[in-house]
Design a protein around this ligand. Structure first.
Ligand SMILES: Cc1cc2nc3c(=O)[nH]c(=O)nc-3n(C[C@H](O)[C@H](O)[C@H](O)COP(=O)(O)O)c2cc1C
Length: 167
């Protein structure tokens, strides 16, 4: 087991990364990120997800163009589209796939690979580019790559005394 304080510091050290080096991520590290996704908990263990690995630069560019604040996908070495299978778990597919995204982001960070959750994306257009079907819910497309230009400063978090109440 990982030492708790070390783990908390690791969680605190993660940043959203929006600039990537032109350097590819090795196969075994991509596999570890996918494995972290595969081992995500899900309601009734239904695992309502599929992952699409995008390394093709044309597709990365096309996806980048249908984002708002997500153009940096075009710089990434790869991206992974996290797709929920709606019928497999109609009540939970969004929550389950959201957890997948966190597992993948943390795995990547432990490898020194940056990523950023992209909500600012035209999902209808992205769905077409990815050729998704009716049963497919596109959660997000996470870019992955080595960090260019240094690790950003920490972003603000509300203090515990503002967000925690004891009853
Ligand atoms: C649901 C969600 C949607 C987000 N959408 C975007 C986005 O479209 N573009 C972007 O650059 N960052 C996006 N982010 C990243 C947040 O801006 C970032 O996590 C937040 O500012 C805290 O910074 P940190 O991740 O470095 O701690 C998103 C994050 C989440 C969780």
């Amino acid at each position: 087991m990982i030492e708790p304080e070390e783990f908390l510091n690791f969680l605190k050290s993660r940043r959203s990364i929006r600039a990537f080096q032109d350097k590819s991520v090795p196969e075994n590290e991509i596999e570890m990120i996918l494995e972290a996704g595969r081992w995500t908990p899900s309601a009734s263990n239904r695992q309502p997800w599929r992952f699409i690995v995008i390394r093709n630069k044309d597709i990365l560019n096309k996806i980048a163009r249908v984002t708002g604040y997500g153009w940096f996908i075009a710089e990434a070495s790869l991206a992974i589209a996290i797709v929920g299978k709606i019928k497999t778990s109609p009540k939970w597919y969004i929550i389950d796939t959201s957890l997948v995204s966190m597992n993948m982001m943390l795995m990547a960070w432990s490898l020194g690979i940056g990523t950023c959750w992209i909500g600012s994306i035209n999902k209808e257009k992205a769905r077409k580019i990815l050729e998704l079907g009716n049963n497919d819910y596109l959660l997000t497309v996470l870019p992955f790559g080595y960090i260019r230009g240094g690790i950003p400063e920490p972003t603000y978090r509300n203090p515990l005394n503002k967000i925690v109440k004891e009853i």
